[in-house]
Design a protein. Structure first.
Length: 228
């Protein structure tokens, strides 16, 4: 499907889809170039950070991210794929992260993580890997969470194929939101295209983090707007 063939997110699902461009790179020049392309197109972006221990891949260090002036033009979601994420919260203050999203599989104490993120003046988020159950979420803490990021691929590498088993998780989280009258955002990340985004939104997703699909298009602005 070409970028001109949008699926009209408003008409099909009766609500507006949020598209969050995602960037996974270990090249500072590539990051700067991507951010320049996105300026004045979107307000929010997702930066994927991988420490090399969580999976066998590694992205830019916090030190390098702190030198990227272009990040100041955006509200930044940091998707942290790292061991012991709580220890990294203090290091992120200077980067002006808006939402700090850590993998639930690496959190021994979800309450401690959420409270420390809030104390650091950031919004907490929980990421759930493809093979993990949403039952890992502590139901007491979910009221404080700003976003739940559901991976439709295995965490750590760009360009993977969307796995439809994430759709059942979306549906269950949507039902939980409605039942408990909660306000957290349900975002789906990995293998997102027009077709897979439509599937996610039809079962209750609020947003999608889109990486490879956007960056493969010649016209970034048109690619993003075509999700509308």
């Amino acid at each position: 499907m070409g970028v001109h063939q949008s699926f009209s997110r408003r008409n099909i699902i009766g609500r507006k889809m949020k598209v969050i461009p995602a960037i996974l790179t270990n090249d500072s020049k590539e990051l700067k170039s991507s951010l320049r392309q996105l300026k004045n197109i979107v307000k929010r972006i997702q930066i994927d950070f991988i420490d090399g221990d969580f999976v066998e891949n590694k992205t830019l260090s916090f030190f390098v991210l702190n030198q990227i002036d272009e990040l100041k033009d955006f509200e930044v979601d940091l998707h942290l794929m790292a061991k012991n994420p709580i220890r990294l919260i203090e290091q992120l203050k200077s980067i002006k992260i808006n939402r700090f999203i850590a993998h639930i599989e690496e959190l021994e104490d979800q309450s401690l993580f959420i409270n420390k993120v809030l104390q650091a003046k950031m919004k907490p988020g929980l990421a759930i890997d493809l093979d993990s159950s949403i039952n890992l979420i502590n139901k007491i803490n979910i009221q404080k969470v700003d976003i739940i990021l559901l991976l439709a691929v295995k965490a750590g590498f760009a360009g993977q194929k969307f796995n439809p088993k994430v759709l059942g998780k979306i549906k269950k989280l949507k039902e939980l939101k409605q039942k408990e009258k909660l306000s957290f955002e349900i975002c789906v990340d990995g293998g997102i295209s027009f077709e897979t985004a439509k599937c996610c939104f039809l079962v209750g997703a609020d947003s999608v983090a889109v990486g490879s699909f956007i960056w493969q298009q010649q016209d970034i602005r048109k690619a993003i707007s075509s999700f509308e």
